[in-house]
Design a protein around this ligand. Structure first.
Ligand SMILES: Nc1ncnc2c1ncn2[C@@H]1O[C@H](COP(=O)(O)OP(=O)(O)OP(=O)(O)O)[C@@H](O)[C@H]1O
Ligand SMILES: [Mg+2]
Length: 263
């Protein structure tokens, strides 16, 4: 009730190998909430992100349970309804931006695409907003970047351009799947700071997926821990840091060097 996102007993089975990747996960997010989703490789974090954003190809999977985003059932609504939510309602940033950027289209045009699809803004305004967004994510010479192609950018620059293209429309919920894993530590810190600012400024909720508990701790008030397709523990980040209840969470914690634990 009153939740922005409510996920109930979500199960996802891939039809190609009959693999049940999610065994019935339940969690919710309030408006503006920042929730971290952590867990080892293969635990189901990306599948969760795909299922929540409606990006999972319906014909490839069997989904049961509910994903309710602001009163819309994302797995049973029409495709046009889903498309109207993707972008302004739910934005997504993935780990490897090369896969999500079109190599043939200039970076700036990709950044403003969501405005073209979902607003009546005229091209000059869209361009100005795209350059502002590129600037906001800390890219130098945003006017130049605007006219470049994805392969002309470094990995870190592409990742920031991806963030610009998701945040330009200030989605209600931004899903970030390992958004900083490929970046060096100083860029990573800047991006996390930017995400926090945007979230505070626009009451933008963030679902931050990371295998790095310290990254989650820096940004998220709440955390859910995944293990083999289940959420094994969830609650306030600080509580879980101070007193992990689940054995697997304790193992994840133990993997953090003591020095970093107090960051
Ligand atoms: N397209 C697919 N077809 C079949 N199985 C899949 C598919 N995508 C994911 N899976 C399976 O679902 C499980 C969860 O994968 P997922 O990508 O969500 O893990 P993850 O937690 O994101 O891991 P990582 O930290 O490595 O990114 C894995 O066992 C994976 O093999
Ligand atoms: Mg993943």
């Amino acid at each position: 009730m009153g939740d922005m996102l409510s996920v109930k007993d979500l199960k996802v089975t891939f039809l190609n190998n009959r693999k049940e990747a999610l065994h019935g996960i339940t969690f919710s997010m309030a408006e503006g909430e920042r929730l971290g989703l952590v867990g080892e490789s293969g635990s189901g974090k990306t599948v969760t992100a795909m299922a929540i954003s409606g990006l999972i190809e319906r014909s490839n999977v069997e989904v049961t349970g509910d994903v309710i985003f602001e009163d819309t059932d994302l797995h049973r609504c029409s495709r046009s309804k889903l498309r109207s939510i993707q972008g302004p309602g739910i934005g997504v940033i993935f780990q490897e931006p090369m896969n999500s950027m079109n190599p043939l289209i200039k970076v700036g045009h990709q950044v403003e695409e969501v405005l073209r699809l979902h607003t009546d803004l005229v091209p000059e305004v869209r361009k100005k907003m795209a350059i502002d967004a590129l600037d906001r994510v800390g890219l130098p010479n945003p006017e130049e970047i605007y006219n470049k192609y994805p392969h002309q950018l470094s990995g870190g620059q592409r990742q920031r351009a991806m963030i610009a293209s998701a945040m330009i429309i200030h989605p209600k919920l931004l899903i970030c799947d390992e958004p900083t894993t490929a970046l060096d530590v100083s860029v990573q810190a800047k991006i996390l700071k930017l995400l926090r600012e945007l979230s505070d400024e626009y009451k933008m909720g963030i679902l931050l997926i990371s295998h790095d508990l310290m990254v989650v701790k820096q940004l998220c008030e709440n955390v859910a821990v995944m293990y083999k397709g289940n959420i094994v523990e969830q609650g306030k980040t600080l509580d879980i840091f101070n007193a992990p209840k689940d054995e697997y969470t304790r193992q994840l914690m133990a993997a953090i060097p003591t020095r970093r634990r107090h960051e």
